[in-house]
Each structure stands twice: as structure tokens, then as C-alpha cells.
Design a binder for this molecule. Structure first.
Ligand code: AMP
Ligand code: MG
Length: 407
């Protein structure tokens, strides 16, 4: 049977990075940078003060001490946003605020705490070192410096840096538009009545939310019924995006026509089963360059197959190169049996205590039990030969999010 690793390699080898677009930096959080960003400015733009205090000539104050103050004449003041209108001459000081440009003639700023003002003069009680409390022009960033490199996943600091270097618009990789289709005669959508022969379409909504989490743009196509005409129409619509995710109708039931219709649309089918539990029937192929996934209909199987295969594909299309959730070693808190033969993704809660992760399952692992998925913050990932996990055994855990309970 095709392993999860082999299948994922096939998916990623077949998935291409999308093109780029120009976006405002305030819309760029989480996006992948498609260019190197160089600075259009010096930062700081001029020598400026790191403290509220007095701009002086260090030569004047180099002998100052707590006991022997040096008296200087205050000839003006300068604050942030104002350029100084006069220099500091010998025997003079200019009162200066944090961030204000250091006047010509001055090389050092003495903190206000190390001085005592007396009318239009000031007594300096500390010499320190020449240049103290002066931040020099361009000491952080020089004009033309590369400040961010292509491929960076833009976080808050990156966005601040772009604002700082005068880069309001940036080139990023496009987010894929992901078409989401549910299939089944038994499904009723949110605006429909749930009659006795119907169940709510939940997969459409879970998958759309997973797409958002992966950074894609979901487009809900609603429900296709289990007949070829309906599937033909909806799948045809679904080929207008960058990726199509169909849930249900890919196993071997009499009304599972999804694969037949995808073949009509010329799909190059790469695989339709994987050694994964839950999520054994999962179809993957390409129509042109477009990745198409037929995800199994059971709500947890849908989510797991999305996590394992569609999420990394969406990330790759969006320009990401780190495609995996964090994988950690965790101590299993309970004895646990699994059915061997496939890689098992066990819904689990992981917590952190005194340098170690601890994990336990969220209960019944039936592939239709979405509620046990909703209580999970992680999967235990158990290899195909694993039949039993002992209490205290160390297992691999894939974390869904960065936030976790510290005990
Ligand atoms: P299928 O893969 O179409 O054989 O569906 C497997 C199971 O998942 C069946 O019990 C379906 O009723 C259920 N199912 C399929 N699609 C959905 C959906 N969109 N929302 C909730 N359950 C679904
Ligand atoms: Mg079905």
C-alpha cells in the first residue's frame, strides 16, 4: 500500500508555486515574500539622542564627576520632529529629547538624571564616554541594505521593518483560490431543512475553515448530488479555481462517481488510496496544473486527509517552504491500542509540563466522530506497525497550533 510519505511526495512534486501579486503591507501578514526588500532610507535618518538630556561636547565634560560638576550654558532646546537651528559651541549645552537630532558641534548626550539645571545653565555630574547616548545615522539600516529576503513568511516585525524602510507595497506569492465541494444525496446545506433522510453538510464548512487556516481563499460550491449530471456541473465549476477539494463519493460505493467525472475532465490521477487511518480512500490528481483532491466523506477522514495532503499543497502553492506542522516527542499518558497496517492519526490533547510534552487521545476514534476532533489540539502519529502504545511510551505528536497549555 502507498505510504503517507510516498503519497505526500507525489502531491508536493505535482504542486506548483503560484504567481505573485503586489499588495499593501497592511494586508501582507502571513504572506510569503516574493522579492528581496532593500531599504530606501537610513535608519536612524540622522544622529539622534537615545535619552532625554543635554547635547554637549565631550571635551567640555570629560572631567565631570559626582563631586565636581561642570557648568555649561544652555543655549536652546531640540525635540523629536524638529531640526536644531544652532550648533553646540564650547562651554554650551542644548536641552535634547529622546529621538531628536543631535545638533552640530555636539558628540555626546548626558542623561537628565546626571545633571542639575540652574536657570540658564546646567551642572553636569557624569562624563561617561565620548558618544554616549547618541544613536548614529544609519546604524540600524543603511540605504540600499537588504532587510528582508525572498521567501520570508511575513510576521509583525517584518511588516514593521517594511514600513520603517519606506516600502508600503510589496510583491508576495498569490494565495490559492480553493474550490470546496460536498457531495451526497443525504446532505442538507445550512439553509435547508433537515428532514428525516438528511444530515447536515458539515464537511463543506470544516474544509473551508481549514483552507483559511492554511492561508488559502475558500470558495464554497455547495452540494453536488450523487448522480453524474450534478457532479459534472459542480466539478466543472470547481475547475475555475487554483485547487479543487471534493468531499465524499470517492470510495467504492455504487454511487461514488467522483472519480468517473474527474476522468471525464481529463484528470491525470496520481493515486486513490493511501495507507492512512482515518482516510484510506483519498484521490489525488491534476487537471492541467490544478491539484484536485477527492477527500473521503467521513468528517474526520476529510479533516485528516486535508491536514496531511491538501494543507502542505496549499502552503507550497502560496510560496511557503516550511510545510509541516511542529512535530514533537510526547509521553503517552495512557495505554492505547490501534489497528496496525496504516499510519494512524490519533486525535489527541497535548500539554507541556516541566520540559516534556504529555499526550492522551480524545476518546473514540471512529472516523465520523467530529466531536473528538473538536477536542483535539494535536495528532499522535503512529507508524503502520504500531499495535499498542504503552503508558509512559514516547510517541510522535503533530501539534495543530503554537499555543499550548503549560501545566
Ligand atoms: P462517502 O465518502 O460519500 O461514502 O461518505 C462517507 C460518510 O461521510 C457518509 O456517512 C456520509 O453521509 C458522510 N458525509 C459525506 N459528505 C459529508 C458532508 N459534506 N458532511 C457531513 N458528512 C458527510
Ligand atoms: Mg457519499
Amino acid at each position: 500500500m502507498r505510504s503517507v510519505e510516498e503519497a505526500l511526495k507525489t502531491v508536493l512534486d505535482s504542486t506548483k508555486v503560484l504567481g505573485t501579486e503586489r499588495i499593501a503591507i497592511q494586508d501582507a501578514h502571513g504572506r510569503v515574500l516574493a522579492e528581496d526588500v532593500s531599504s530606501g532610507l537610513f535608519h536612524p535618518p540622522w544622529d539622534n539622542s537615545a535619552m532625554d538630556g543635554f547635547a554637549v561636547k565631550w571635551d567640555d565634560i570629560k572631567n565631570a564627576s559626582k563631586e565636581n560638576g561642570v557648568r555649561l550654558r544652555i543655549v536652546g532646546d531640540v525635540r523629536a520632529g524638529i531640526m536644531p537651528d544652532k550648533p553646540v559651541n564650547k562651554g554650551e549645552a542644548i536641552r535634547i529629547m529622546t529621538g531628536a537630532p543631535v545638533p552640530d558641534g555636539s558628540d555626546t548626550v548626558v542623561r537628565v538624571e546626571d545633571t542639575k539645571g540652574e536657570g540658564d545653565s546646567v551642572n553636569i555630574f557624569y562624563a561617561g564616554e565620548k558618544g554616549e547616548n547618541v544613536r548614529h545615522k544609519g546604524e540600524n539600516i543603511k540605504k540600499g541594505d537588504i532587510v528582508l529576503t525572498k521567501g520570508s513568511v511575513l510576521n509583525a516585525a517584518h511588516i514593521g521593518v517594511m514600513a520603517m524602510v519606506g516600502k508600503p507595497v510589496v510583491t508576495a506569492y498569490r494565495r490559492p483560490k480553493v474550490m470546496v465541494l460536498a457531495t451526497g444525496d443525504e446532505l442538507a446545506d445550512l439553509d435547508e431543512e433537515i428532514t428525516e433522510n438528511k444530515i447536515p453538510n458539515s464537511n463543506g464548512y470544516t474544509v473551508a475553515a481549514q483552507v483559511i487556516e492554511a492561508g488559502g481563499i475558500p470558495h464554497l460550491l455547495g452540494i453536488a448530488r450523487d448522480n453524474k449530471e450534478s457532479l459534472r456541473e459542480k466539478i466543472g465549476e470547481g475547475l475555475h479555481g487554483d485547487m479543487l477539494l471534493v468531499s465524499g463519493g470517492v470510495s467504492v460505493g455504487m454511487y461514488d462517481f467522483v472519480k468517473d467525472i474527474l476522468k471525464e475532465y481529463g484528470i491525470d490521477m496520481k493515486f486513490w488510496t493511501v495507507g492512512l487511518r482515518p482516510g484510506h480512500p483519498i484521490a489525488f490528481g491534476l487537471v492541467g496544473d490544478k491539484p484536485i483532491f477527492g477527500l473521503p466523506g467521513n468528517p474526520v477522514s476529510t479533516m485528516v486527509t486535508f491536514e496531511v495532503f491538501a494543507r502542505p499543497a496549499i502552503l507550497k502553492m502560496s510560496g511557503h517552504t516550511s510545510l509541516s506542522r511542529p512535530l514533537v516527542d510526547a509521553v503517552c499518558e495512557e495505554e492505547f491500542r490501534t489497528r496496525p497496517g496504516r499510519t494512524n492519526y490519533v486525535r489527541a490533547v497535548t500539554r507541556y509540563k516541566e520540559g516534556k510534552y504529555f499526550v492522551k487521545s480524545t476518546g473514540d476514534q471512529g472516523s465520523g466522530i467530529l466531536i473528538s476532533m473538536s477536542r483535539a489540539n494535536s495528532f499522535m502519529v503512529l507508524p503502520p506497525d504500531k499495535e499498542k502504545v504503552l503508558q509512559g511510551e514516547v510517541v510522535k505528536v503533530q501539534l495543530f497550533v503554537g499555543d499550548i497549555d503549560y501545566l
